[in-house]
Design a protein around this ligand. Structure first.
Ligand SMILES: NC(=O)c1ccc[n+]([C@@H]2O[C@H](COP(=O)([O-])OP(=O)(O)OC[C@H]3O[C@@H](n4cnc5c(N)ncnc54)[C@H](OP(=O)(O)O)[C@@H]3O)[C@@H](O)[C@H]2O)c1
Length: 430
């Protein structure tokens, strides 16, 4: 099929719109964006509450050029369509995403608006891929969900290792393992989860697609190798001693089921463009727990506790509907609303470090690391999503040519590394 040509940028009023700017992640994204937009950039913040949006604008120094303000509500598709029609790149931070269904994907494809989000509802993403990947590809639109801390650093570091293996050894990458550690940079004053993140958990419990959370291939098209890939990439909910790191590790907080399908989708999409992800490529990740516990025994106990919690959770999300809804009601009753979450002060307590151990098809080892500045969930995520949006708005021609429902690695490629560095990610090979 003949691909549609992208519209002239001048035919749209806004280069970029930040939707959900008043949320926990959105507020940080706004304050990062306003300091990093180039002169003359045409952008807007969008949300449903004018007072909150105006307060946000008022919070930035008067010397800074203000963006436009758009009042839209996700429960009013007409207002959303009007916005999307006029926008080149939408950064959608008003999750959880399954709440409002598929229409944003549909509208972005119809109006050729590139799209970034930071979602984690794989059951929803799986459905969006099934319904819209081909259409988006045909219309040349890039939709890049899961572009926050989950899963950009993990996906990009793996791609960097794959490229190194290909360039230096002319081999394929058969396995990548990433262990993440959280590094204390200040006192932990408030470790609350945000209303949006809790909403994502509620959606996961309410979804009847109960296989998704234990299926590492859920974001791949069905194919003859699915069974083998599923077996090789089984998502681990165990605590174990990692000999490469020399520490106890636990399932990755907060969503051990998320990076695996995203990185496998990158492998699937990028292999088609000649990247050396092996046909039998395996990806896994975990975290150390010294941020949360002290001493060898303390870490061991804590890692086992986390693993038990995830084992129960994975069993519950795959369980019968009445049980899932009962658990969901507990979350509903926690009294956490959209916009609730940790304060700015609370976000300066932590950085993170990813350590990657990769294997080539002949058994050579490659090691790399990536250091991430700032709270992974609400600070690093905000900066990464913004830089991804800016890359699409300002450097689209230099990014990989692929379109469709992509991943951070397949949509942004290693060309994104300079922007990832600005967002606080530093990569090194050892
Ligand atoms: N991938 C990652 O690493 C990562 C990290 C952090 C968060 N997340 C995900 O990101 C999403 C957002 O999280 P968050 O903590 O920033 O959430 P949040 O603080 O609850 O913010 C939600 C935002 O959505 C807006 N909103 C809600 N309903 C709306 C509607 N009907 N119309 C227009 N706007 C609406 C809210 O506006 P009001 O201010 O008017 O209520 C608010 O701006 C969640 O899905 C979460 O799971 C992912």
């Amino acid at each position: 099929m003949l691909k549609t040509v992208n519209p002239d940028p001048k035919s749209k009023d806004h280069d970029l719109v930040l939707l959900g700017a008043t949320g926990v992640t959105g507020r940080r994204a706004y304050s990062y964006l306003i300091k990093n937009v180039p002169a003359g950039f045409r952008w807007a913040i969008a949300g449903r509450n004018r007072e909150k949006l105006e307060a946000l604008l008022a919070s930035s120094p008067a010397t800074q050029e203000r963006p436009d303000l758009l009042i839209v509500d996700l429960s009013d598709p007409t207002s959303i369509e009007k916005m999307i029609k006029r926008t080149r790149v939408l950064i959608h931070l008003a999750g959880p995403y399954a709440d409002h269904g598929a229409f944003i994907y549909e509208l972005c494809i119809r109006h050729q608006t590139d799209y970034i989000d930071i979602g984690g509802e794989t059951f929803f993403l799986k459905e969006m891929i099934r319904r819209f990947h081909q259409q988006a590809d045909d219309r040349g639109v890039k939709l890049i969900p899961v572009a926050g801390y989950e899963s950009t650093p993990f996906d990009l570091l793996t791609l960097a290792a794959v490229e190194k293996i290909q360039k230096e050894y002319s081999e394929t990458c058969i396995e990548a393992k990433i262990v993440v550690s959280f590094i204390r940079t200040g006192p932990v004053v408030d470790n609350r989860i945000s209303g949006g993140s809790l909403g994502t958990m509620r959606n996961i419990l309410a979804s009847d697609d109960t296989n998704t959370y234990n299926d590492p291939t859920c974001l791949l098209p069905p194919c003859s190798s699915s069974k083998r890939l599923r077996k090789r990439n089984k998502i681990s909910y165990r605590a174990k001693f990692d000999a490469d790191i020399g520490r106890m590790t636990a399932p990755l907080f907060p969503a051990p089921f998320l990076n695996v399908p995203v990185v496998l989708r990158s492998a699937h999409l990028l292999r088609q463009s000649g990247y050396a992800y092996d046909e039998d490529f395996r990806y896994k990740d975990s975290m150390t727990v010294e941020f949360f516990a002290t001493g060898v025994e303390g870490e061991k106990r804590y890692a086992k506790k986390v693993a038990r919690q995830y084992q129960v959770t994975s069993w519950a999300v795959a369980g019968p509907r009445p049980l899932r809804l009962q658990l969901k009601r507990r979350l509903d009753n926690m009294g956490v609303s959209p916009g609730d979450g940790p304060s700015d002060d609370a976000l300066s307590c932590v950085d993170y470090k990813l350590e990657l151990f990769a294997q080539t098809n002949s058994g050579r080892s490659v090691r790399a690391s990536m250091y991430g500045d700032g709270h992974p969930g609400y600070l690093s995520t905000a900066r990464l999503a913004v830089e991804a949006g800016l890359a699409l708005a300002l450097e689209r021609d230099t990014l990989p040519g692929s379109a469709g429902i992509l991943t951070p690695a397949s949509g942004l490629g290693l060309e994104f590394l300079p922007r990832a560095k600005k967002a606080g990610l530093r990569i090194a090979f050892h």
